[in-house]
Design a protein around this ligand. Sequence first.
Ligand code: ATP
Length: 308
Amino acid sequence: LAQLYGPLNMLGYLYRTINQSLVDTERLLKLLSEPREINDKPNAPDLVIETGSIEFENVNFSYDNRTTALDGVSFKVPKGSSVALVGESGAGKSTILRLLYRFYDLKEGEGRILIDGQDIRDVTQASLRKAIGVVPQDPVLFNSSIAYNIGYGKFGATQEEIVAAAKAAQIHDRILSFPDGYDTRVGERGIRLSGGEKQRVAIARTLLKDPPVLLLDEATSALDTSTEKDIQKALQNLVQGRSSLSIAHRLSTIATADLILVLKDGRIVEQGTHAELLAQGGVFAEMWADQVSSSDGASAHRKSAVVA
Ligand code: ATP
C-alpha cells in the first residue's frame, strides 16, 4: 500500500492542478457558454518551448459564424516581452487570450497562432496549458491554508519556495499578520482576502509554476494606491523574463509594456509603446485623455493616483 502513496499523491496533485487551472481560466476568460470540445490530433506531439515567443498570424474568428470577434489580427510577442491589450468592451481582448489557451481552434484558412513556431492546433492541449500561466481578475482560492493555495503552483514545493514566491508577490508580510501565518485557512470557510490579496496569492502560485508564457487580466475595480503599487511590483517580478499578454483596464499600468495593441471591433487599430501612441494622437491618446479627465471632480484624489 505504501508503494501506492507516491502515484496516488501525484494523481491527486494533477487532479487539483487541472481543476484549479480550469476554474481560474474560466473566470479569467469569462466564458459565456461551454466551449465546444477541442480534440488533440492523433499522435499530436507536445509543445516544445525554446523561448516562449508568440505569434498571431492573420487571425479571423467568429463565435457564431455570423458576427466577427477577431478580424485579421496579426502581432508578435518576442521572447520575454510584454504586450498589453486595450480597447472598449467587446473589442476582442479576451478572445485573443481564449484562443491562445485553445478554448477554440481556428478554422483552416482563418490564420494561425504559433508558439516558438509551432501551430498550437498541432500540439497537445496538456503541454500547451502547462506552458501558460494565468492570473485572473478574481482568483478562486481553496478552503485550505494559504501555504497550500500558493504551493500547488508546483508539485512538491518546499516551505522555503512558498515563502520566496510570497515575498516576490508582495504578500509575505500580510501573511505573517494572519493569526496562523502560512497555516491560516483562507477561502469561504477561512479568513476572507481582499481582491488585491487574492490576486497576489495567484501571482505567487504562478511564480512557483514558472511558465514561459503568461496571460494576465488586470482587475477592473479601482484599488487603493498602496495595493496598486504592491500588485504592480508583484507583476513586474512575474513578467520578468516571460512572454506576457495582459488585458489592461487602467491605462496607467501599461506604461512600461513593450508593445500596446489597441483593439476596436476585433481589429488592431493602433500599436506602439505608450509614448508612441500618445504622440500619434489617435484612439489611444483619446482613451488616455478620457481616463485623465474622468479623474476630475469628486473622485479626483483617488483616480489621480490611478492615472499617475
Ligand atoms: P470586455 O472588456 O468587456 O471583457 P473584450 O474586449 O474582452 O470585452 P471579447 O469578450 O473578446 O471582448 O468579445 C469580442 C466579441 O465577441 C464581442 O462582440 C462579444 O460579444 C463576442 N463574444 C464574446 N464571447 C462570446 C461567446 N462566448 N459567444 C458569442 N459571442 C461572444
